[in-house]
Write a protein that binds this ligand. Structure first.
Ligand code: BGC
Length: 247
């Protein structure tokens, strides 16, 4: 594994891209971004991938694309926060055509978790680790013995009779204008339910929670160890590149 690999992270509000230095375990240059198109159809999103790749220095080899859906063998199976036309779409083939290079397509939280486990907050953790990303939705990645169990989709656990991410995501905090203590109380309820079911040793908290961890830490509660993600908004890009290089 050597050189610089292109990683792209498709999110509910923006698409980010950067070249990743896999020897150093970090971005090799700048992180660039563009708004997620609306509607976020396969063609519209693929055009954004190509435009972002065109703005970065040339790189070779497989490209990693992190995507907010269940992904199996390059195909998207769900579409909670992305256009429904993605369901059944072979995203790897489509992106590969647009970028002129082979592409590895994987779930965005799985990508973020891979980056954190290799170089960030989960480095060296052999127990059960759950990575959570709080953004437009809630993304989850489950690791045991350092190995990923892919496509866990635990942001859709039921909490108080509703889809957990419709109750506790960062988008809901903004939409319902919740103050931080009120939102963190919801996050705590979610962590409690996750702990009841999975008994993780460590939760890695990413997205909006990691960005202001020092402020939130005194309000957060869990029997498991709570660690802030270290890659902040870059985890998906770094992890996608890592997964592509190792695929
Ligand atoms: C999607 C997941 C994704 C998460 C974070 C959820 O709505 O179902 O696949 O990982 O959002 O983007």
């Amino acid at each position: 594994m050597a050189g610089e690999v292109l990683g792209i992270d498709v999110g509910g509000s923006s698409v980010k891209a950067g070249l990743v230095d896999l020897e150093a375990g970090r971005l090799a240059g700048e992180l660039i971004a563009a708004p997620t198109p609306r509607p976020s159809t396969p063609v519209a999103v693929t055009n954004v991938l190509a435009a972002l790749a065109g703005r970065l220095p040339a790189s070779a080899g497989r490209v990693g694309v992190a995507f907010p859906s269940v992904i199996k063998e390059g195909t998207a199976y769900t579409a909670a926060n992305i256009d429904a036309a993605w369901v059944g779409t072979d995203g790897a083939a489509l992106a590969s055509q647009a970028l002129g290079r082979p592409v590895l397509f994987l779930n965005d939280a799985d990508a973020a978790g891979l980056a954190e486990m290799r170089w960030g907050a989960g480095r060296g953790c052999k127990g059960t680790v759950v990575m959570l990303t709080f953004g437009t939705g809630i993304g989850t990645a489950l690791f045991a013995g350092g190995k990923l169990f892919p496509n866990t989709e635990l942001g859709h656990l039921e909490l108080g009779g509703m889809d957990a991410e419709k109750w506790a995501s960062a988008r809901v905090r903004t939409a319902e204008n919740l103050d931080f203590p009120a939102w963190i109380e919801r996050v705590n309820e979610y962590l409690a339910e996750m702990h009841r079911l999975f008994w993780p040793d460590v939760f890695i908290l990413g997205g909006a929670v990691s960005e202001r961890f020092a402020e939130f830490a005194p309000l957060l509660r869990s029997p498991a160890e709570l660690r802030p993600a270290q890659f902040a908004g870059q985890a998906g890009v770094v992890g996608a590149a890592l997964a592509a290089a190792e695929s």
